[in-house]
Design a protein around this ligand. Structure first.
Ligand code: FES
Ligand SMILES: [Fe+2]
Length: 387
């Protein structure tokens, strides 16, 4: 696969001015931090630049191995305009472009199980490893050798069961970068979890607004005042360790709160957690867009798929222990969990849509950040390093 990560240099005057502002205004200390310039959420040229320098150059989370346990199981997603298929082939996870080698229709969409991938346009057929094995009525095409044709393979790594991909040949291993997180990811047994359900929805705003809002709890007392704030007051949250590849925010249960406020009815908590551990939820961002909510009985892992500067697809997996998934009424538990999450998601979607409107104003200047939003500054610093 050719390295296409640096193919386009899309710096325009507008984009160069935004980069210059970001580099100049970012403070060295959290106490002096401000937001990125509002233009960084609204400029088309800057969005294109981010797609090259961040999304085509770094690692992106796409899913968990438990989504495709059997030979031929697959799911698909579009990421920086690249239709991809993630499929189990000869017991290994493979990630490939799904763009047909004939006239470019994605050969597979959605999710399921396949013995072969058959393009819906003219029935060109690929095996589950991407090799072209069938090309009807192509026998008069001179010097066409289907045996030498296969779908482009995308570089991938599996870290604690999480599947990451990159379009870059040169970026360092993500497993190396995340090594300091091994103890935490082991504690949550991430590699052994079961996918309870997935949830996709569209966000009508820039991807960075979604990341920032997920990673700070400062907004609980306003946006989630009737939902999350009682049990998880934003003022108690605190920023954890961060590294070049991630940042963490800790969200303790209110003082004297009951553990039942953390747990989901019907789920069996993960083993090995102390009473103190059970009283906290952790939020993790693996840059740029892998958002993880770590609870003692479930994890949510999301990836954000930007479509344009103001449109982002949110793809969320919710994972539980195998013991939880084996319970007889688990389907009902999963359905309730899914329903129960929608209200809080709506609250976040509403506030970010409002933020998008304000960010387009010519009056929108960088705003100061408080100590409960240090993760917002961390994301800005990550961007500053990559631009
Ligand atoms: S585009 Fe796929 S077979 Fe023609
Ligand atoms: Fe929120």
């Amino acid at each position: 696969m050719p390295d296409i990560s640096q193919r386009i240099d899309c710096v325009t005057d507008e984009c160069a001015a935004i980069i210059e502002t970001i580099k100049r205004q970012q403070s060295e200390e959290a106490a002096y931090a401000s937001t990125l310039p509002a233009e960084a959420y609204n400029s088309e040229a800057f969005f294109d630049y981010e797609m090259e320098k961040v999304f085509r150059a770094d690692w992106l989370f796409v899913g968990h191995v438990s989504q495709i346990p059997q030979e031929g199981d697959y799911f698909t997603l579009n990421i920086v305009k690249e239709p991809l298929v993630v499929i189990r082939h000869q017991q290994q996870v493979r990630v490939m472009s799904s763009v047909c080698l004939h006239r470019w229709v994605p050969v597979v969409t959605g999710e399921g199980n396949a013995k072969a991938l058959v393009c819906p346009f003219h029935n060109w057929t690929y095996d589950t490893g991407g090799q072209l094995i069938g090309t009807p009525y192509m026998n008069q095409a001179a010097e066409f050798d289907r045996h030498s044709c296969s779908l482009p393979q995308i570089r991938s790594e599996i870290v604690h069961g999480m599947i990451f991909i990159t379009f870059s040949d040169s970026v360092e291993s993500i497993a190396d970068r995340l090594r300091p997180l091994n103890a935490l990811l082991d504690k949550y047994q991430v590699a052994d979890l079961h996918t309870a359900y997935t949830l996709d929805y569209d966000c009508p705003f820039n991807w960075k607004m979604a990341v920032e809002t997920f990673m700070e709890c400062y907004h609980h007392s306003a946006v989630h005042r009737t939902t999350l704030e009682d049990s998880f007051p934003g003022r108690l949250s605190y920023i954890g360790e961060d590294g070049p590849g991630w940042t963490l925010c800790h969200q303790p249960l209110r003082k004297n709160g009951a553990i039942s406020e953390v747990l989901t009815p019907g789920l069996i908590p993960l083993s090995g957690f102390s009473e103190q551990d059970m009283r906290q939820i952790d939020l993790m961002l693996i840059y740029p867009t892998c958002l993880i909510g770590l609870n003692p009985d479930r994890l949510s892992i999301s990836t954000l798929l930007p479509e344009d500067r103001h449109t982002t697809r949110w793809h969320r997996l919710v994972l539980v222990s195998k013991a939880s998934a084996a319970q007889p009424d688990f389907a009902a538990t999963a359905a309730e969990m899914k329903n129960g999450s929608l209200g809080i998601i709506d609250e976040d979607l509403g506030i970010n849509a409002a933020q998008k409107i304000g960010s387009r104003s010519r009056m929108a200047r960088p705003g100061r950040l408080g100590h409960l939003e240090t993760t917002v500054w961390h994301l800005a610093n990550y961007l500053r390093r990559r631009l």
